[in-house]
Design a protein around this ligand. Structure first.
Ligand SMILES: NC(=O)C1=CN([C@@H]2O[C@H](COP(=O)(O)OP(=O)(O)OC[C@H]3O[C@@H](n4cnc5c(N)ncnc54)[C@H](O)[C@@H]3O)[C@@H](O)[C@H]2O)C=CC1
Ligand SMILES: CC(=O)C(C)=O
Length: 257
């Protein structure tokens, strides 16, 4: 069977590291995001090493039709789909008294609805292709333990663990596994933006902002995107075939349960 993965939010950060790692592992990869120019840079870099392995697909995960169209395009292009990774997300900083409806709607549309549309599109494709598959969702350490000032984001990431558990049980009879990955603090544009905002709000520097998030990491350093991609590669590969409904926490020891 050809290994084909559809990865959202793959134009930078963790998604970019995931598609590069999966291409190295022999996958064909649909590199999905909203901004075609960012996706094209990533696919050029992958195709230079693995000719024809990467395809750029512009889609907004908050829009169900665009996600379904992207998955259909992937199957038409590569002839299969075996793994769908709901990685795209946004992370507003929201002290509780500043939470408003627009921020909740925007965040939930992408972080929660986007995962549901991705899940539906994957199930639809797996059924048409007459085989099971793997669905992998991005949660966060902030979806395992509450983080101050991340009420909206944290709520969306706790929801992802719930969706992962419910869909794992619902989809198991179809031969589909559903798991999640929960990174800690990863050096990506998302985290640099959050650190900047936290620093500004406190009248401090970006470095100070990042240090607030770095505290309490047992391994004493931030995560590289490639370290998250290693965990995702395990979830996408055959070694995790007897695993479903689980969250793989790659947070350097921030959270112990
Ligand atoms: N960076 C970190 O420390 C952590 C990140 N995560 C999660 O990992 C995932 C990836 O995060 P990063 O790579 O750090 O973020 P990032 O912001 O660097 O990259 C995310 C990508 O998703 C894209 N995206 C956002 N909304 C989209 C939409 N509606 N449709 C399609 N694409 C969209 C963005 O344009 C961007 O290219 C997210 O779900 C995030 O919540 C979880 C824990 C920690
Ligand atoms: C962005 C994120 O997931 C954090 C701070 O845990």
């Amino acid at each position: 069977m050809t290994k084909v993965a559809f990865v959202t939010g793959a134009g930078q950060g963790i998604g970019e590291a995931i598609v590069k790692r999966l291409a190295d592992d022999g996958f064909k990869v649909a590199v999905v995001g909203r901004t075609l120019s960012k996706l094209e840079r990533v696919i050029e870099e992958i195709n230079a090493v693995h000719p024809g392995a990467a395809l750029a697909i512009a889609a907004d995960v908050a829009k169900r039709d665009e996600v379904f169209a992207g998955v259909n395009q992937t199957v038409e292009h590569f002839g299969d789909l075996t793994v769908l990774i709901n990685n795209a997300g946004v992370a507003p900083t929201t002290p509780i008294m500043e939470v408003d409806e627009a921020t909740i709607d925007w965040t939930f549309d992408i972080n929660i609805n986007g995962v549901i549309w991705g899940t539906q599109a994957a199930v639809n494709a797996f059924k048409q292709l007459n085989h099971g598959g793997k669905i992998i969702n991005a949660t966060s350490q902030a979806g395992v333990e509450g983080n101050p000032n991340l009420t909206v984001y944290g709520a969306s990431k706790f929801a992802i663990r719930g969706i992962t558990q419910t869909t794992a049980k619902e989809l198991a009879p179809l031969g589909i596994t559903v798991n999640a990955f929960a990174p800690g603090i990863v050096k990506t544009p998302m985290m640099f933006d959050i650190a900047h905002e936290v620093g500004q709000n406190a009248g401090e520097s970006d470095e100070w902002g990042m240090a607030q998030f770095s505290e309490g990491i047992a391994l004493g350093r931030l995560s590289e995107p490639e370290e998250v991609a290693s965990g995702v590669a395990f979830l996408a590969g055959a070694d995790s075939n007897y695993m479903t409904g689980q969250t793989l926490v790659t947070d350097g020891g921030m959270v112990f349960h």
